[in-house]
Design a protein around this ligand. Sequence first.
Ligand code: DQA
Length: 151
Amino acid sequence: MATGGTLLVLHGPNLNLLGRREPALYGTSTLAEIDAELMTRARARNFSLQIHQSNREGELVDFIQAAEKGARGILINAAGYSHTSIAIYDALKAVALPAVEVHLSNVYARETFRHHSQIAGACIGAICGFGAASYYLGLTALCDALDGAKT
Ligand code: DQA
């Protein structure tokens, strides 16, 4: 039985460049294409999405804080800030909504500075390495968690 509601989807810095940004690492889908697919999949699960991209850490914090008012969960690719941002970690902890961390690339097969996620401890789980599908798998995981799916 789907429970529905609104989810926040947050894209961090440089993800507005998807499609032409290092396509060997990040694929050729644009952010608009990923967002459209996420909306289709969310609708099929009876969820609606609020989607934002920002290159600024404080603005990402603002979006997370605002999610407390109406959203039931957060799907987040904090991009470069994933590895550094105590402020985003703190915001996720503060709102206490279930959050799923996603990355297009397999961060563990890349530079060591990408192996640590500063925000992972504030998330219920993380998915990386599947390109745009990381977002879709993350959305499924978040919807399942909110729907109380058996694991
Ligand atoms: C990324 C991985 C990060 O290390 C990087 O800084 C990004 C994108 C990904 O989706 O693979 O900007 O989050």
